[in-house]
Write a protein of this length. Structure first.
Length: 711
């Protein structure tokens, strides 16, 4: 093994590596790093945990340190952005500035310019390009982590467009692409004119097996019995791991399943863990206003188990990840969102579900081997365990062999570009034109020729492109003059807002319709866009939804009611009702019952709705100025889930819908009225307490000094 001291990098960098316990390079790093440090484009397609990040870290650190060159490090998920940013902090003492960009997609970003290295998600990078941030021209190294996600229908196209754009902007840019083991890494590397490093080497051995009825099958002659210490299906596997001093990570396919299994496992393992630490962790989570999901999570954590899914708040997720890393939480039950790239001390990964719901097919479809291998790869991470284990659960005896051939010894799939899909092309072609990247049809073709899509299909989809340009022209997003293309103000706005052009059309027509807008009509309008995934209908739903629709007069004025009384329409009304309940302060528990959804789903709808109401308000500035102000109010209400009467109080920090309602009930209806009460009385109001009371008074400028921070 090669010592890090032999790398052509500055001593200061080597010292930091050594302090982190990195003394020798792993074989794939030994092969890749000299090339990467030499400025060559490189694709590193090696197994999980093989230390790919370092192949990117060292060149970007070295270039920042020696030449003040800038790099952009692109990852698929916010959690991963955070992890990379944390890793890079170690190099801050060299005077290197490291930024992270995960915020809203159309916010100002010039503050990022001062950084040498910026970590962000691919959507964020795309939106930075759309806003034409000047400093992007200075990016010398582009890192694309988890580049195999080009295969992903929803985020893949964005990733390949970003790469193609940066290469077009700066032909000398260095691309460092990190990939899971895939079948056609060669193709990716040809596309990027890069060196390819492939390997099957893994620093920590990973044992793969299949579990059925208290037996783990690691191979024909390698079967192990797990003592049946508990009734639960997976509990024996988890208990064994914990007894051995390890931790377990379980993957299931729905959020609800993570919660259910988390709760039942807690009952199985909770009795033999240290509880003082767990109590402390749950205390930190108590500070967030109580929701069902929050309470459930706290209940689980007290028993040493946590669940993890996209419906948790940022803080909840981070607490779970952190406490698992520190070894206090012994088991996490997660959806596959935790499968990509993260470093966690899971000695044993258990995968229960091999199928999941796929909206594009409207049914269940098998999870690709590539993704299963990614989940498996969370086990056995360097620095945490000497060996890892990944176990699939067989439903019956017959399944054991099938799982063996289909997943354990199976070859991973090749990846395919998804940029040919119509929504993707619609969105990205408009963005290219709106940002003056392509102002002539030939430029558009030239750009497309640089994408992985065209590389892979080896032909330019000219007809499809023409069709989409025609659609964009017909709907006033662009003008076409001969072969010259130009975005209209509407087209530019749509691209900036980062919404599907079809969504922009829907919002525009709602804004331009003659009917008198109501809060519900705004909510309904955003639910008609393809950016909002509407709730499913149950047979018991149609009745109350029709009743609801009948109460909304504007639907009749517009003739919508009679023509659109179909399933689509009903599910739009259902989703809009959920949003309306949210801003009418219906409790989360009630909404869970009424709509038969998980709290996570509610949060997702609210997040999307916030984004779309923001977009609608921006478009209103162009198409119906009168509703800008009502949409402003609605935006604050949807962000916070409160009635209009709380709009004043809700502006205070630390005050959400629950606390502002409590203040209101106690007779404080405006911020001004809060000046009249002393801190002691304030802290007695339910849900307020000393900490929040103090914070309120500070914001009013009433404690130390007399600086008024809130006007
Ligand atoms: N040469 C080394 N010596 C010791 N530890 C190392 C070395 N290189 C990397 N590591 C450690 O190995 C762990 C895994 O590295 P990393 O996250 O880069 O893996 P990866 O290849 O990106 O895996 P994944 O495919 O799961 O994303 C990290 O904790 C890292 O600090
Ligand atoms: Mg990685």
């Amino acid at each position: 093994m090669m010592n890090v001291e032999r790398l052509p990098i500055k001593d200061e960098i080597i010292q930091i590596l050594q302090q982190q316990g990195i003394k020798n390079l792993y074989p794939p790093q030994e092969e890749a790093l000299p090339r990467a440090l030499n400025g060559e484009n490189i694709v590193v397609a090696v197994p999980t945990a093989a230390g790919k990040s370092l192949v990117a870290y060292l060149p970007i650190i070295q270039e920042a340190f020696l030449h003040k060159k800038k790099s952009l490090y692109i990852v698929p998920l916010r959690a991963l952005a955070r992890e990379k940013w944390d890793d890079l902090q170690a190099f801050k003492k060299l005077g290197i500035k490291i930024g992270i960009a995960t915020g809203d997609l159309d916010e100002e970003s010039s503050y990022l310019a001062k950084n040498d290295i910026i970590v962000c998600t691919s959507e964020k990078a795309d939106s930075l390009l759309r806003h034409q941030a000047n400093w992007l021209n200075d990016i010398a190294i582009l890192v694309a982590d988890e580049i195999h996600l080009i295969n992903d229908i929803s985020r893949g196209p964005t990733l390949e467009v970003i790469i193609a754009r940066f290469r077009a902007m700066n032909p000398d840019i260095q691309i460092i692409a990190l990939s899971a083991t895939i079948k056609n890494a060669q193709e990716i590397s040809h596309w990027l004119d890069s060196v390819l490093v492939e390997s099957s080497w893994r620093p920590v051995p990973l044992k793969e097996g299949i579990y059925h009825k208290n037996k783990i099958y690691y191979g024909v002659d390698d079967v192990k019995t797990v003592s049946a210490s508990s009734q639960g299906k997976m509990a024996p596997l988890v208990i064994e791991t914990i007894n051995d001093g390890g931790q377990a990570l379980i993957f299931v396919n729905t959020r609800r399943a993570t919660e259910k299994i988390g709760e039942s496992l807690g009952d199985d393992i909770g009795s033999f863990l240290r509880h003082d630490k767990l109590e402390k962790i749950s205390q930190t989570l108590h500070q967030e206003e109580g929701t069902i999901v929050g309470k459930k999570l706290i209940g689980c954590i007290k028993k040493g188990v946590a669940f993890h899914h996209a419906g948790l708040s940022e803080q909840q997720r981070r607490t779970v990840e952190q406490s698992f890393k520190e070894g206090d939480i012994k088991c996490i039950v997660a959806t596959p969102t935790l499968a990509a790239g993260v470093n966690v001390p899971a000695r044993r990964v258990i995968i229960r579900d091999l199928w999941r719901y796929a909206s594009e097919y409207g049914g269940m479809s098998p999870i690709p081997v590539l993704e299963i291998k990614q989940m498996m790869g969370r086990a056995g991470r360097p620095g945490y365990d000497k060996e890892g284990e990944a176990i699939l659960i067989a439903k019956n005896k017959g399944e054991i062999e099938r799982l063996w051939t289909q997943y354990i010894i199976a070859e991973v799939e090749p990846i395919y570009s998804k940029l040919g899909s119509e929504p993707a092309l619609r969105m990205h072609l408009l963005a290219l034109i709106a940002t003056h990247f392509a102002s002539h049809i030939e430029e558009l073709y030239q750009f497309m020729a640089r994408t992985f899509f065209v590389y892979q299909s080896s032909s330019l989809p000219t007809e499809k492109i023409q069709e989409i340009l025609h659609f964009l022209e017909e709907n006033d997003f662009i003008t076409i003059d001969g072969d010259y293309l130009k975005a209209t103000a509407f087209g530019r706005k749509t691209s900036d807002l980062y919404i599907d052009p079809l969504s922009a059309l829907k919002l525009r027509s709602a804004l331009e319709s003659r009917i008198k807008p109501t809060v519900f009509s705004f909510l309904h309008a955003i639910c008609t866009t393809p950016d909002m995934l509407c709730l499913y209908l149950r047979s018991t739903d149609s009745h109350w939804i029709m009743e609801k629709a009948e109460k909304e007069k504007y639907l009749f004025e517009d003739g919508l009611y009679s023509t659109l009384m179909n399933e689509w329409f009903l599910s739009e009304i259902k989703t809009a009702s959920l949003l309306e309940d949210w801003i009418d302060e219906v409790t989360e528990d009630q909404m869970v019952m009424k709509y038969n959804v998980g709290p996570g789903d509610i949060h997702n709808k609210i997040e999307t709705a916030t984004w779309l109401i923001h977009a609608m308000r921006e478009l209103a500035r162009m198409f119906n100025f009168e509703v800008v102000s009502p949409l402003d109010k609605l935006l604050i209400r949807i962000k916070n889930g409160c009635k209009e009467e709380l709009l004043n109080l809700i502006q205070l920090r630390d005050i959400g819908r629950v606390r502002s309602r409590a203040l209101y009930k106690a007779g404080f209806k405006t911020i001004n009225q809060l000046r009249e009460v002393d801190i002691k009385a304030l802290s007695k109001i339910p849900t307020i307490g000393e900490r929040v009371a103090k914070s309120i008074k500070e914001q009013l400028g009433e404690t130390d000094g007399n600086q008024n921070t809130f006007l």
